[in-house]
Design a protein around this ligand. Structure first.
Ligand SMILES: [Zn+2]
Length: 192
């Protein structure tokens, strides 16, 4: 399915359909002849114009002959492009997963508030799900990525442990006394 889509994209990138291209060339050629041949007899101009139009039809015939070859080459390059797209998606997925990891680390260090953690974490997860949808077409990618994300996106357990050690509230980032049981700012439990 993805292969067909890729080939379709390659043709869309091509722009003008070939017959329009040759018709346009023929008309431009005829116009040029009329301009250049000004001062010559009408008969000569008509003959020259017909020659140009005929030439463009020959061009179209040549294109028709070689089009299957060309589209085969296009199809091959589209498959390569598809592979490159997959690699790009994989790279982005790795980047998103790393961002989630860094976010969890910052959260555990008390550098990110709970609200920011929820908001940014949610955004990263939605991004990751979008990537899954894009990669979905092919083999066991979906399950693999879902497993990876499930492993990555969990509220970090070390948060309370970290809070107990430093007195820094995981909820609001307030510095509390080391023996405090609850945050003096928001009341979050600091001991598990
Ligand atoms: Zn707090």
């Amino acid at each position: 399915m993805s292969e067909m889509t890729d080939v379709h994209d390659a043709q869309v990138d091509h722009g003008l359909p070939p017959w329009q291209f040759f018709l346009l060339c023929g008309m431009l050629g005829a116009t040029a002849v009329v301009i250049v041949a000004t001062g010559q007899s009408i008969a000569n101009i008509i003959i020259l114009s017909l020659t140009i139009v005929a030439t463009s039809f020959v061009g179209l015939g040549v294109y028709r002959t070689f089009a299957p070859l060309v589209s085969q080459v296009l199809g091959m390059s589209a498959r390569v492009a598809g592979g490159r797209t997959r690699a790009a998606l994989e790279r982005e997925k790795a980047l998103v997963l790393r961002s989630i990891k860094e976010l969890e680390f910052d959260f555990a260090m008390g550098k990110v508030s709970q609200a920011d953690f929820d908001e940014m974490g949610g955004r990263l997860r939605r991004r990751a799900m979008g990537l899954i949808v894009q990669l979905d077409a092919s083999t066991g990618y979906r399950e693999q990525i879902e497993r990876e994300i499930a492993a990555q996106v969990t509220t970090p357990a070390p948060a309370t442990e970290h809070a107990a050690r430093t007195g820094i509230c995981p909820g609001c980032g307030t510095h509390n006394d080391l023996d405090a049981r609850f945050c003096k700012q928001c009341g979050t439990s600091l001991k598990s």
